[in-house]
Design a protein around this ligand. Structure first.
Ligand SMILES: Cc1ncc(COP(=O)(O)O)c(C=O)c1O
Length: 444
């Protein structure tokens, strides 16, 4: 999202953000439709330039906001849903069955019932128990269900890499390669007239900045596609999941977290805006498809389920400073109207740059910044150098477009509004929560 100071005021496409904060109150999310379109196009470019048959299915849970999802629809994207309400919302927004992939480790009967009326592109089965449920549903239908099998690569070196947690050997998500469960599931699908095998799915984790795990997992997929073909099950597609990290908002390492929590040091990451992750993944995907083609296993379509890389950098969050505390011993604290415990606990594990809404003098002092809950876990930043800040000043937290809105809670009161800056009509796409919203489910 392009931000610049004009006459000392932070602006996005000529909109002074302080004006929006005055009008709609804070905390306030600002979403840029232009930034969303750019991240979609940049993402696709790496795959298209290699002629890969790629289709994006955005991971809805990352930012399940209708106004935002509509932009993705206009860009021709599909969706990946993991809950019944996400499926319902996607259909309401006009996504057709061919645009929908159904995933998630918790497909309840209620959720599966909702799939009945939509011929979705793929339902990913993650375990033998789930296969039995999906099979029972399929028996009641007049058309076969498109089934993908999720594979957990079973990486063993991930203990030190929380970004790869979904693909660890001890993770419950998907069938381990070459496990008896996997072959039995494939054979059961092969025997059923109502289950149509479409291919394999994987999702390695989140915030991944290194292409090596993808490359390693592609060899596992290759082997499985060939072995399934020998059992008579052709893979029309493969789904390589999401997990692509946002260069400007990386996940913190264990030592960085300790440095911030124990040594109270500011972590100022020099991030690499020109990450090679996507081009390296696209290149090794291209090699995978070539190898499969040569062995007679042509893949018609590659599905990809990015979340944070498409939305993370398209949104910022404006916060107001409620109190600025300066202790006699020189410690300086800011109390803002939102923090990690009410906005997103991921703030404790991800790097997010914070900048002032108005440019002030160059002299800087260090502030440790908290939200409005009386707990040290409600932190936003440790020892951040800023020009002197006073109560009622405003700060902007960058790259707040992934896993913020869905993780917002009411611990600290009503949840924020979202304002979209859009060339063809800017405005609120979600209003601030009210007292009535907060208590409407209570039965007195
Ligand atoms: C199956 C699946 N696909 C895609 C995603 C999106 O991940 P990310 O936001 O890291 O791209 C997730 C997130 O957890 C997921 O579980």
């Amino acid at each position: 999202m392009k931000l610049e100071y004009k006459n000392g005021e932070l602006c996005c496409q000529d909109w002074p953000l302080s004006r929006l904060a005055d009008e709609f109150g804070t905390p306030l999310y600002i979403l840029s439709s232009k930034a969303v379109q750019k991240s979609v196009r940049d993402f696709l470019a790496e795959f298209k330039v290699r002629g890969l048959p790629i289709k994006i299915h955005y991971s809805v849970k990352t930012n399940p906001v209708p106004g935002f999802l509509k932009i993705l629809k206009q860009e021709g994207l599909g969706v990946e849903v993991v809950f019944a309400h996400e499926l319902e919302l996607s259909r309401l927004l006009g996504f057709k069955g061919k645009d929908i992939v159904v995933n998630g480790p918790a497909k309840t009967e209620e959720f599966l019932e909702k799939i009945k009326n939509t011929q979705v592109k793929m339902i990913t089965v993650e375990s033998p128990g789930e296969l039995a449920k999906v099979n029972a549903l399929a028996e009641t239908l007049s058309h076969p269900l498109n089934i993908g099998l999720r594979v957990c690569p079973g990486f063993s070196f991930v203990k030190m890499k929380p970004t790869l947690s979904s693909s660890a050997k001890d993770s419950p998500y998907g069938f381990l390669p070459d496990s008896p469960d996997l072959w039995e599931a494939l054979d059961a699908i092969g025997r059923s007239k109502m289950l149509e095998f479409v291919g394999f799915h994987m999702h390695l984790g989140s915030g991944i900045r290194d292409s090596r795990p993808y490359k390693k997992a592609f060899f596992i997929l290759e082997d499985l596609v060939k072995k399934a073909a020998r059992r008579g099950l052709k893979s029309r597609m493969i789904d390589i999941g999401g997990g692509f990290g946002v260069a400007a908002a990386p996940l913190l390492t264990a030592s960085q977290m300790a440095k911030s929590a124990i040594l109270k040091k500011h972590i100022d990451l020099q991030f690499d805006q020109k990450s090679n992750l996507l081009s390296e993944v696209a290149e090794s995907l291209s090699q995978l498809l070539d190898r499969l083609e040569r062995s007679g296993n042509t893949i018609e379509e590659v599905l990809v389920e990015p979340g944070r890389i498409l939305s993370g950098s398209s949104q910022v969050l404006i916060l107001s400073v409620i109190d600025a505390i300066e202790r006699n011993n020189g410690q300086r604290f800011l109390i803002c109207d939102g923090g990690a415990m009410s906005l997103s606990p991921l703030l404790l594990t991800e790097y997010h740059k914070i900048i002032p809404l108005k440019l002030q003098d160059k002299q800087q002092v260090n502030y440790t910044i908290f939200g409005n809950l009386p707990t040290s876990l409600d932190k936003l930043s440790t020892s951040l150098p800023l020009s002197p800040v006073h109560a009622r000043d405003r700060l902007v937290l960058l790259n707040a477009g992934a896993y913020f809105v869905p993780m917002n809670n009411n611990f600290a009161g009503p949840r924020p509004a979202i304002f979209m800056i859009n060339g063809t009509g800017s405005g609120l796409i979600r209003r601030r929560e009210t007292f009535e919203d907060l208590y409407q489910r209570d039965l007195l």
